[in-house]
Write a protein that binds this ligand. Structure first.
Ligand SMILES: *Cc1c(COP(=O)(O)O)cnc(C)c1O
Length: 386
């Protein structure tokens, strides 16, 4: 199916009055004409419109579209990205199991494995993940799951998806990947043999910084299993209105992602000329150590990247951050707008090497305005600390 067919019409059949914008099914329950229909639905809640904690027609449109974009069989929306990650991993784990997770994964993913699941007797090993060896060497007889995030979203390290998926299959290990950065537009891990894909839909799928949501994508049998366990038991269901916001965002995702990439490459071209910029972390920057792997498994890059600044004091980073006028100081990313997040806001450790890193999200603004804004902030930094 062509991508515009997926985004424009796929999964939108069967609504009364042929609306162009589909209805928000703001209902918690669905009713039945007969005992028999009622009973059939209760006995197969995964397929039935029975109760909106399980299935809602507005959410279903988004689920079917995202599954098609990821070239997968099925998908389930969640109330947040981390709810999706927790359900997709916990469904396949029990006490005594071992997980291998990439070290620089999203903060709450890291906490899920390093502290939350520890309470339930699940062990974890964190690895850099840049080589298959990292996974092979740490695999034990009780290793059940590999958690990947490629690229990671502060340090932009990639994992080789084909070789890791093949190794995992041979050892009967489930593979789950956080694909939020690349989006289904630029990377489809299922094609490389990865079992389950998760996204924080709060980022590019929503695309307008107005909704928190998540999605799990994979084979129908896996999605059904997750539905009948963590999804229904923990109950982190998305509301119909939030699902509709995702649908509205999704309509333009292919256009937005191209523009995010185009703007980002222009900003990076500028940053390369700035003496205070020591290093640039972006998979589609030709000097990235895994540039070839990036091109092999992704069709493009999104708008999030980091730089490392050559500075002698934390004050310089504070001045730089405070001097930006268009870039907003905020967490998260994936909306239409540009953002800045210095790593130093996450701690009070002073000028560590990591605290010299600053992350940017490049939005859909005129890139000349963004470059101008950065120029001003670098000037302010130089003036304050010659
Ligand atoms: C934001 C984010 C998450 C968590 O998603 P929420 O929607 O905030 O729960 C997970 N992974 C990555 C890479 C993220 O950026």
């Amino acid at each position: 199916m062509d991508i515009t067919e997926i985004l424009h019409s796929h999964a939108e059949e069967g609504f009364s009055f042929n609306p162009v914008s589909v209805p928000i099914y703001e209902t918690s329950i669905f009713s039945f004409k007969t005992f028999e229909e009622f009973q059939n639905s209760l006995l197969n809640e995964f397929e039935a419109h029975l109760y909106s904690r399980g299935k809602n027609p507005t959410a279903e449109i988004v689920e079917r579209k995202v599954a098609a974009l990821e070239k997968a069989e099925d998908a389930k929306l969640f109330a947040s990205g981390i709810a999706a990650i927790s359900a997709a991993t916990m469904a396949f784990l029990k006490s005594g199991d071992h997980v291998i997770c990439v070290r620089d994964a999203y903060g709450w993913t890291n906490k899920l494995f390093s502290s939350y699941l520890k309470r339930f007797g699940v062990e974890v090993t964190f690895v850099d993940g840049m080589t298959l060896e990292d996974f092979a060497r740490n695999t034990r007889t009780n290793t059940r799951l590999f958690f990947l995030e490629s690229p990671t979203t502060f340090t932009f390290r990639l994992q080789d998806l084909v070789s890791i998926a093949n190794f995992a299959k041979e050892h009967n290990i489930k593979t789950v990947i956080d694909n939020t950065w690349a989006t289904p537009i630029f990377q489809n891990p299922v094609e490389f043999g990865i079992d389950i894909v998760v996204h924080s839909a709060s980022k590019y799928i929503g695309g307008h910084s107005d909704v928190v949501a998540g999605v799990v994508i994979g084979r129908k049998e896996d999605i059904r299993y997750i539905f009948n366990t963590e999804f229904m038991n923990i109950g982190a269901t998305i509301g119909p209105f939030e699902a509709w916001l995702l649908l509205r965002g999704l309509r333009t995702i292919h256009i937005r992602m191209q523009k995010h990439m185009e703007n980002t490459l222009k900003v990076i071209d500028y940053l390369e000329t700035v003496p205070e910029v020591e290093e640039i972390f972006y998979p589609f920057y030709p000097k990235h150590p895994q540039y070839e792997l990036a091109k092999k498994q992704m069709r493009g890059g999104s708008g999030l990247f980091s730089i490392k600044l050559r500075v002698k004091s934390l004050e310089s980073i504070v001045t730089f951050t405070n001097s930006l006028k268009i870039f907003r100081r905020a967490v998260s990313w994936g909306g239409y707008e540009s953002l800045v997040m210095p790593y130093a806001v996450t701690n009070k450790d002073g000028l560590t090497e990591k605290n010299k890193m600053v992350r940017f999200h490049i939005g859909l603004e005129n890139p000349d305005l963004l470059i101008n804004d950065l120029q001003g902030a670098f000037q302010a930094m130089r003036k304050a600390k010659p």
